[in-house]
Design a protein around this ligand. Structure first.
Ligand code: KIV
Ligand code: ZN
Length: 516
């Protein structure tokens, strides 16, 4: 949509122009095309594809995007000088849906920088729009640094450029100086002071130097602006531009307040954000509204319980609305049983209340040691904790000592057959060897370790370690397995698990012998 109707806002994306000017964010023509096609899927109304006079690559990119990308209107930027305007006109020539955007600094600061009087700048603006109209039917004019421009002079410039044929007048807060009330008032004042304002769409273009770009843009829309210029992930010069995803989701989520609509397909927001982040090489902060990794993640027990009972308890938008699969429940030490059961069910584990209780106890132990408990941790916990092996030997207590220049030793206490407790100490070649000797003596077994393997099964320094031990005794063999964030504990538990499995085999052999 490109017409000024009461309830529609034109979404003008300038990721490929304003954001691409950011050092380190430059894109190849192929990458620009890829983003432009994605912006078309996102269904933005206008794509500002580049600044054709700035380089041959930019010229080529604007030309190709204007000819190859279907849907949005494609815009090229030009300073208010003949060379720029003609080059932009050339890049856009022959393409089906184009816009030429020309600008000049209107504030006292910018006029002084150009050493031009107000009258000279006004004339340059009008001449630029006239020339642009000769190249393209759809012309946008920006009085750059409008926010710091004298209001009466600004009204005069807006009126004159509309009279010359500008179809959109963009009011930039080039240096991010505006505050919402003041900026909203400026837009309202332009609308009430400029006689021919209905002949153009009033647009806003806010930078985020004081962190108010989105608030300023939204306030302007509330006060009558009908185009918002913005970028994906809020990228752009210095602190960036107003973020497209935040403006769009505010307009869509708070339609009750803003009373306006836009045609953007929000389900493409995440895809677009990820593509831009990858190609421009700027990662999205986890707490960034709408597209940050934590934007739909709940980690406190109360929030998790609430959101699982009913999403709108703690979410004003559904993650699916912006193209995410689902709400993320981050399992941490603050999570409750409800969240654990929910995630286990998603992983395919339907556990009895007793088993959930057992898994939860184990989960809390792991969660206390790790910042976040991942799916692979849960699978390890469930298979470790809930595989029912009758326990002849149960580890009650263990203490190991090791270090450089000392003899490693271990003290182990086992419960045997659920009643008697046996405690033993031993020394060895390392803490695991010492612990194994102590277990052997306490259990009164001759089981030999045939194989020992340890592997990290989750990532990070506090990862869960899985130990498997192959034991043999009296012609029988069994493999014990255990998981813990403490690899010595995992080693001892794996050994004891192996002993319990050997004991099961011994029991089966005894039953067979008695049956014969
Ligand atoms: O910030 C600005 O003023 C601009 C103009 C070119 C619109 O980017
Ligand atoms: Zn800008």
């Amino acid at each position: 949509m490109d017409q000024n109707t009461k309830d529609q806002v034109v979404i003008f994306d300038t990721t490929l122009r304003d954001a691409e000017q950011t050092p380190g964010c430059s894109l190849t023509t192929r990458e620009k095309l890829e983003i432009a096609h994605q912006l078309a899927r996102l269904n933005v109304d206008v794509i500002e594809a580049g600044f054709p006079v700035s380089s041959n690559e930019d010229f080529e990119a604007v030309k190709r995007i204007a000819n190859e990308v279907e849907g949005p209107r494609i815009c090229g930027l030009a300073r208010a000088v003949r060379l720029d305007i003609e080059r932009a006109g050339e890049a856009l020539a022959g393409a089906p849906k184009t816009r030429l955007h020309t600008f000049i600094g209107s504030s006292p600061q910018h006029r002084a920088m150009m050493r031009k009087s107000p009258e000279e700048v006004l004339k340059m603006a009008v001449d630029a729009v006239e020339l642009a109209r000769a190249q393209c039917e759809n012309v946008e004019f920006s009085p750059m640094d409008a926010v710091r421009t004298e209001p009466d002079y600004l009204y005069e410039m807006v009126e004159a450029t509309i009279a010359t044929g500008a179809t959109t007048i963009n009011i930039p807060d080039t240096v991010g100086y505006a505050v919402p009330d003041q900026f909203g008032q400026l837009i309202a004042d332009i609308i009430s002071h400029v006689g021919n304002v209905d002949d153009a769409i009033i647009s806003v273009h806010c930078h985020d130097d004081l962190g108010m770009a989105v608030s300023n843009s939204l306030t302007a829309l509330k006060r009558g602006a009908r185009q918002a210029e913005c970028t994906i992930n809020g990228l752009g010069e210095r602190a960036g531009n107003a973020s497209l995803e935040e403006i769009v989701m505010a307009v869509l989520t708070r339609g009750d307040y803003f009373g306006i609509a836009c045609d953007v397909n929000p389900k493409e927001i995440i895809n677009t954000s990820r593509l831009v982040s990858r190609l421009m090489n700027v990662s999205v902060p986890p707490n960034k509204a709408i597209v940050g990794a934590n934007a739909f993640a709940h980690s406190s027990g109360i929030h998790q319980d609430g959101v699982l009972k009913s999403r709108d308890n703690f979410e004003i938008m559904a993650p699916q609305d912006v193209g995410l699969e689902q709400t993320q429940i981050v399992l941490t030490a603050r999570s409750g049983r409800h969240a654990l059961r929910h995630r286990l069910e998603e992983l395919g584990y339907e556990l009895s209340p007793e088993d959930i209780e057992k898994a939860y106890e184990r989960f809390i132990v792991v969660a206390d040691k790790k910042k976040e408990v991942f799916d692979e941790d849960l699978i390890a916990i469930v298979s470790d904790e809930l595989t029912d092996i009758p326990e002849k030997y149960h580890l009650e207590y263990m203490h190991t000592v090791s270090g450089t220049g000392m003899v490693p030793s271990a003290t182990i206490r086992l419960t045997i057959d659920g009643n008697s407790e046996v405690q033993e100490s031993a020394w060895g070649d390392g803490p695991v060897d010492a612990a194994y000797k102590a277990v052997k003596t306490a259990a009164g077994t001759e089981a030999r370790v045939e194989q020992y393997a340890i592997q990290a099964i989750t990532s990070g320094a506090e990862a869960l370690g899985e130990v498997t031990v192959r034991l043999s005794e009296g012609g029988r063999a069994a493999t014990g397995r255990a998981v813990s964030t403490d690899v010595i504990e995992a080693s001892v538990k794996a050994y004891i698990d192996g002993l319990n499995r050997l004991e099961i085999q011994a029991g089966i052999q005894r039953q067979r012998a008695e049956a014969v």
